[in-house]
Write a protein that binds this ligand. Structure first.
Ligand code: HEC
Length: 210
């Protein structure tokens, strides 16, 4: 009696062993390179009807699958309600004298961070025009502490960042408008740091200056 059960078990286990061996082996074949496309047992949503850019469509009257935005559509981050804020130039065509961005500690910190990232490679962290690019042969920019630069209007500096000037490239795509104004504000702090007078120092601290 016991003998037959053993026998039965053995007979059952052979196909199982074969199956297990096959499964293990199939793992080996997976990594083998093949010219043929893989067999897709479960296509999920890999293949689905869709229009590709520039393709034709029988559905729309103009036979193009691509749709035009609704007339007057403006990207959310480019609502140009205040041209002076976005160009630095007022309605009379003059550059604005003062940055419209209020000078706060937060905006100055932001301006310093952006200046150090985008401007210091050429102008140097202190704005002396001795950035790393210059030591590698880039056209040396003027010191931002030159008398000529110190009297430039805020709108002009904004325009220089936006559109570049002569040998300086434009940064409109890298630096959004608000950050450009933050840099302009910080630039004045930087300029002041190099042109400080006794009056800039609190009276009680003047004694410590030699
Ligand atoms: C790739 C190098 C480079 C970078 C980066 C750069 N500049 Fe300049 N910048 C120059 C050069 C060169 C000049 C001189 C342009 C000329 O007169 O030919 C200049 C000139 C200027 C001037 C004087 C403009 C005038 O009217 O004469 C200002 C202001 C200025 N840069 C500000 C900035 C600010 C702010 C940034 C950062 C947003 C910046 N620059 C980034 C190279 C650079």
């Amino acid at each position: 009696m016991r003998r037959t059960t053993h026998h039965k078990l053995l007979r059952l286990s052979i196909p199982f062993a074969l199956l297990a061996a096959l499964v293990c082996l199939s793992g080996c074949f997976r990594e083998m390179p093949s010219e043929k496309p893989p067999i897709h047992l479960n296509p999920d949503m890999d293949k689905q009807p869709k229009y590709k850019a520039q393709s034709e469509s029988a559905f729309f009257a103009d036979r193009s699958a691509m749709r035009q935005p609704v007339p007057g559509t403006v990207p959310a981050d480019q609502i140009d309600e205040d041209p002076a804020f976005f160009t630095g130039i007022d309605q009379q065509g003059d550059t604005v004298a003062h940055s419209p961005l209020p000078v706060t500690m937060l905006s100055l910190e932001r301006g310093r961070e952006r200046f150090n990232i985008y401007c210091s490679p050429c102008h140097g962290r202190v704005g002396d025009g001795q950035g790393i690019m210059v030591s590698r042969g880039y056209v040396p920019p003027p010191s931002l502490h030159d008398d000529r630069i110190r009297v430039l209007s805020d709108g002009h500096i904004f325009d220089v960042i936006t559109n570049g000037i002569r040998n300086m490239p434009a940064y409109r795509h890298q630096i959004p408008p608000e950050d450009r104004w933050a840099i302009v504000n910080y630039l004045h702090a930087l300029q002041r740091s190099q042109h400080a007078t006794m009056e800039d120092i609190p009276v009680e601290r003047r004694g410590a200056i030699k």
